[in-house]
Write a protein that binds this ligand. Structure first.
Ligand code: GAL
Ligand code: ZN
Length: 668
């Protein structure tokens, strides 16, 4: 964690207020257009633009050449207009000449096929040639713009996630493994290579999990995913260090992609000064509002509770889904304010002006092809301007008494092939347990396994398939000390090598849960269940043969071979309570589990009654109410409030038409 990390974004918002802007690609336009861009930006309240993300071929038109003239003019123009620049290192898309002259810099897939230039992201994370070329340009870029008045933030690469299976990567993997295991014996033991005659007799035999005749070794694959995330992180660090040498005071970020599997964002966030994210909710997905809220909460968690930056969102439709639904009027504002409410201090878009050519010519932008006199641009402008009313929110925390535990290693380990069911997914479980909290307006922090839990009244572990002894012990200690814990199915199953923990499951949590199981039983269809004190409900996909060992079976299975067996268990342990859910209950039933756990923990939502589709979240002194539903809603915030967006002061319920937002501050 760098010293800057806690203050990275504060440096930008100090004096500027909330940040508003987007990716700006002036290299796609003649310079006459730039002047109009700046005028429109000022009019819309733009104060931050990301420049140069895909400009390598422009900056280095041939090997070793430099053409900074155009970028000098862009930087000066922005400085003159008082617009800060988030300057990108253009290393996400090397020019064709690099792949042409040195094809070994191009990535190779698991089948051994090289991926070519003509798109983007075509580099091998472990290639020393790519590294040297990238750092050479980054060094010159940093030297040139160090001290430039427009330079406010560094944007390293773009959306890291590249994977390469080439021989160079194989060698880097071996080096990584040597560091992890010390010797081959330890590696053979960890990978369980007595299985299927996979024993390695020399380091040179070890490969990435390339395409093979049948299932690959799950621990090899788990280590490969750890390595791939680390290899990219190593490259990120190398660029960051060059930037820091030249501009120690300029914060450094790279844009995440939310719940993106290839990159262990917990490890990455610790290496950057500002956490930033790209977020493209699907307008056709009814769960998008909750899914997006979850990702925003994850970003705030990655930032250690400090503000984060929404680096990219779409003003309208994207162009990379098969059928791209537009955002209806009001939606861009609603989504942007949702990020603000959940801790973002900057709301930026991809991109400023819609491209006329290239693969994204049908992607929306802040200035559409039809120009500024359009519905969409008017909405952008109005939104940019209204943010001035919310400047006081910048830097404010989002309080939460509930922690949701999520880690990448466990995600990778859970989803290795050859498991009981590929329908039990870590990200889906995370959302399933988040949803009832979101629906009640309960503040949630997303935390990594092993996080400090002392400050939380409720800790929810939707799935922790892989768990270390230490992290399991910490969960136990948390409950014994008075906390409330909810654990979802197929948790505590393997150790960090992916080896099954033998004995009744979940072995390391058995004592605290007061329950244990002996068989995982994927279900053919719906499974009947009943609360001990009442109604029937259904579960699906997954069941477990459990026995209570001190816990109370608060719900049981009613049908099939499991009839009479526990489905949901509650155990008083020490001063706290532990819940175990041995199936995937239908959403209403899982909401009931969570309601009971919230009651155990004494946690309530931000407002007493929240209509469906309305999101309630507190940031600092402001209660945000966001109507994602199709109907007009009325919400009682419980007292006299001023809506910072309109200035109106009212007592009693607030009326929210579809897509409306209220930002309420209590008034006496
Ligand atoms: C992001 C990317 C941008 C642009 C955008 C389109 O993944 O960082 O460069 O491609 O998506 O939605
Ligand atoms: Zn490679």
């Amino acid at each position: 964690m760098s010293g800057l990390r806690v203050s990275g974004l504060e440096r930008l918002t100090a004096g500027r207020g909330l940040l508003f802007g987007g990716d700006y690609n002036p290299e796609q336009w003649p310079e006459e257009v730039w002047a109009e861009d700046v005028a429109l930006m000022r009019d819309a309240g733009v104060n931050l633009v990301t420049v140069g993300v895909f400009s390598w071929a422009r900056l280095e038109p041939e090997p070793g050449a430099r053409d900074f003239g155009w970028l000098d003019r862009v930087m000066d123009l922005m400085a003159g207009a008082g617009i800060a620049v988030d300057l990108a290192t253009p290393t996400a898309s090397p020019p064709p000449w690099l792949g042409h002259l040195q094809p070994e810099t191009l990535p190779v897939d698991a089948s051994g096929h090289r991926l070519w230039y003509g798109s983007r992201n075509q580099f091998c994370p472990s290639s020393p040639v790519y590294r040297e070329r990238a750092l050479g340009l980054v060094r010159d870029l940093a030297a040139r713009y160090a001290g430039h008045p427009a330079l406010a933030l560094w944007h390293v690469g773009n959306e890291y996630g590249q994977v390469c299976h080439c021989d160079v990567s194989a060698q880097a993997f071996r080096t990584w493994l040597e560091r992890r295991y010390g010797g081959l014996d330890a590696l053979n033991a960890a990978w369980g290579t007595t299985f299927w005659s996979q024993r390695y007799s020399g380091w040179a035999e070890i490969l990435p999990p390339r395409r093979a005749p049948y299932l690959v070794n799950p621990t090899q694959s788990l280590d490969w995913q750890r390595f791939c995330s680390d290899a990219l992180l190593d490259h990120f660090r190398a660029e960051r260090d060059v930037l820091r040498e030249h501009t120690p005071d300029i914060p450094v970020t790279t844009n995440f992609m939310g719940l993106f599997k290839p990159v262990d964002a917990w490890r990455w966030a610790a290496e950057e000064d500002v956490v930033s994210n790209d977020c493209y909710p699907d307008p056709g997905d009814p769960l998008a509002p909750a899914r997006t809220a979850l990702v925003h909460d994850l970003m705030r968690g990655l930032a250690g509770g400090r503000p984060w930056l929404l680096m990219e969102q779409a003003a309208g439709a994207v162009n990379w889904r098969p059928h791209n639904l537009p955002k209806p009027p009001g939606q861009l504002r609603l989504e942007s304010l949702q990020a603000l409410a959940r801790g973002a201090d900057g709301l930026c878009y991809f991109q400023w002006r819609a491209s006329r050519f290239g693969a994204e010519r049908f992607h929306s932008a802040m200035v559409p092809h039809a120009g500024p006199s359009t519905r969409l641009h008017r909405e952008v402008r109005a939104h940019g301007r209204e943010l001035r009313r919310l400047g006081g929110v910048a830097g404010q925390p989002v309080p939460a008494r509930v922690a949701l535990v999520f880690g990448w290693e466990s995600w990778w380990a859970l989803e290795e092939p050859g498991r009981p069911s590929d329908r039990l997914r870590a990200d889906e479980q995370l959302l399933a347990y988040y949803l009832p909290l979101w629906e009640r307006g309960v503040g949630v922090d997303v935390v990594p396994p092993g996080a400090e839990l002392g400050g939380y009244a409720l800790v929810v572990v939707p799935n922790l398939f892989l768990v270390t002894d230490r992290d399991a012990d910490a969960l136990t200690a948390y409950v014994r000390g008075g906390g409330t814990l909810v654990v979802g199915p197929f948790s505590g199953v393997v150790d960090p090598d992916g080896h099954v923990r033998t004995g009744r499951f979940p072995a390391p949590l058995r004592a605290v849960l007061g329950a244990s199981g002996e068989e995982w039983l994927p279900a053919a269809g719906e499974v009947g269940c009943r609360w001990r004190d009442g109604d029937a409900f259904t579960a699906h996909t997954w069941t477990e043969l459990m026995a209570a060992e001190g816990a109370e079976a608060v719900a049981g299975f009613t049908g099939g071979d499991l009839a009479g067996r526990p489905a949901v268990l509650r155990h008083r342990a020490g001063d706290g309570v532990a819940w175990y859910v041995a199936t995937l209950p239908e959403p209403a039933a899982l909401a009931e589990v969570m309601a009971r756990a919230l009651a155990d923990a004494g946690v309530r939502g931000e407002v007493a009654e929240l209509p469906p589709g309305v999101e309630a979240v507190r940031r600092g002194e402001v209660l945000f109410l966001l109507n994602h539903g199709a109907a007009t809603a009325r919400v009682d915030p419980g007292g006299r409030c001023e809506d910072l967006l309109t200035g109106a002061v009212a007592d009693g319920p607030v009326t929210l038409p579809p897509r409306a937002v209220a930002a309420l501050r209590r008034r006496t």
